[in-house]
Design a binder for this molecule. Structure first.
Ligand SMILES: NC(=O)c1ccc[n+]([C@@H]2O[C@H](COP(=O)([O-])OP(=O)(O)OC[C@H]3O[C@@H](n4cnc5c(N)ncnc54)[C@H](O)[C@@H]3O)[C@@H](O)[C@H]2O)c1
Ligand SMILES: O=C(O)CC[C@@H](O)C(=O)O
Length: 386
């Protein structure tokens, strides 16, 4: 039986993809083959030597120690695009929240409960919550992946002028982007020209603190910023100054922190970007399928730390090897197999950065001694026979 440890609440329809005659899925699992996780940080967690794979039901993998996983031969997966529509819808909501002082207005309206002549008080006091329309304004979108592209395309239909920035845009995203979205040559163009800025990039060394004092200083006065991507993309101390001085009129974030909650003109949402039944189901189903493919067939689909390699399963026995991407690996692996006179039916190999993945198909059983011989090859990190 495969043991899958559930780190967060995972939608049941995803778990249903894992046949209960082959899988145990539970929060308490002592020696897991796999982890299913959402946003909980795994950085401080020690992994059992049994662990083969981690599937992130979501896209951001900044909560997973990727380098440590690669070194331990643990494949890490995410679910690209599976929650993008949910975040796009919240981003649209955030555009309006950033403009119309809706959340302050709602709090104020509720505070009138129990007072006499509420209707009159509403009409008298509503002037403090006036905010601009988004039509005709310029929106800058940083990061044109699954979410960014959808935000751009929909904002165009809401009569906004849209500028997009992504130096690494994928061919797929470029195909999906509306021709009405203008390409910003650099971040400065987004900063200097836009009335609204929405950020949709992963948290990496490059993007951490991307919106800082220098960036705020270039922005138009009264710019409104939407961050549903990750809190750490923004330098909080610099943001506090920009909000205080009025340079930034409103900051809508899906990542409240003690610091951010203390700032003025902040609309804080409790990380609800992917919290729709549709998105939770999608992510769970994607993640479960990825785990099943890897655990049962050795196929790697949507990995973030290993090369993707998916080959239809034949009747042959598979030896799946995670190895370093260094010279002579294939030669040493095939020599270990040939050493016991086994014939290789098929061999597939793909590399990604410092790591590679090799599938060797053999007609017939593979003795433990062969697994040991491959495992002893310098540069081999993990061997599994399926
Ligand atoms: N609030 C939520 O619940 C929630 C849900 C999903 C995603 N997210 C966050 O949103 C991010 C984006 O999600 P996605 O599904 O669109 O991911 P994605 O991988 O499809 O797109 C990310 C895009 O960012 C671009 N990018 C990377 N570095 C960049 C840089 N320095 N400048 C400009 N562009 C850069 C990439 O080229 C890619 O096109 C995720 O990484 C995650 O942190 C949050
Ligand atoms: O699981 C969630 O609720 C949030 C997921 C989101 O932050 C992501 O990066 O996909």
């Amino acid at each position: 039986m495969y043991q899958v440890k559930l780190i967060n609440k995972i939608a049941p329809c995803g778990l249903d993809k894992l046949d209960r005659t082959k899988y145990v899925c539970a929060e308490e699992v002592e020696h897991p083959d796999a982890l299913l996780v959402r946003s909980t940080s795994l950085h401080e967690i020690e992994f059992d030597s049994s662990l083969l794979a981690i599937a992130r039901a979501g896209i951001g993998v900044n909560n997973i120690p990727l380098e440590r996983c690669s070194e331990a031969g643990i494949a890490v997966f995410n679910t690209p695009g599976a929650n993008a529509n949910a975040v796009k819808e919240l981003a649209l909501c955030a555009l309006f929240l950033a403009s119309r002082k809706i959340s302050d207005g709602i709090v104020w309206a509720k505070s009138l409960a129990g007072q006499a002549e509420v209707e009159k008080l509403v009409e008298k006091g509503k002037g403090q919550f006036v905010g601009p329309e988004i039509a005709g304004k310029k929106l800058g979108v940083i990061g044109l992946g699954a979410i960014g592209v959808m935000v751009c395309n929909t904002a165009h239909h809401l009569d906004m002028e849209v500028l997009g920035y992504d130096p690494y845009i994928s061919v797929d995203s470029a195909w999906k982007l509306s021709r009405f979205v203008d390409k910003a040559a650099d971040l400065n163009t987004i900063f200097t020209e836009c009335d609204y800025i929405s950020i949709h990039v992963p948290l990496t060394k490059e993007t951490r603190g991307m919106l800082d004092r220098e960036a705020f200083a270039k922005m138009k006065k009264n710019v409104r910023i939407i961050n549903l991507a990750r809190g750490e993309l923004v330098n909080n101390a610099d943001l506090a100054e920009a909000l205080e001085s009025g340079e930034v009129a409103c900051y809508v974030t899906d990542f409240p922190s003690e610091e951010v909650l203390g700032m003025k003109n902040v609309v804080a949402i409790p990380h609800l970007g992917a919290s729709t039944p549709e998105s939770e189901d999608n992510c769970a189903v994607f993640a479960a399928r990825e785990l099943r493919e890897y655990l049962e067939n050795g196929n790697i689909v949507n990995s973030v730390n290993l090369p993707n390699l998916e080959v239809p399963r034949s009747a042959h026995t598979r030896i799946c090897i995670i190895n370093r991407n260094i010279p002579n690996m294939l030669q040493s692996i095939t020599a270990a197999v040939a050493g016991v006179n086994l014939n290789i039916e098929n061999l597939y190999n793909k590399s990604r950065g410092d790591y590679a993945y090799t599938i060797v198909e053999i007609d017939g059983p593979v003795a433990d001694s062969v697994v040991k011989a491959i495992g002893d090859v310098d540069g081999v990190i993990r061997v599994r026979v399926l």
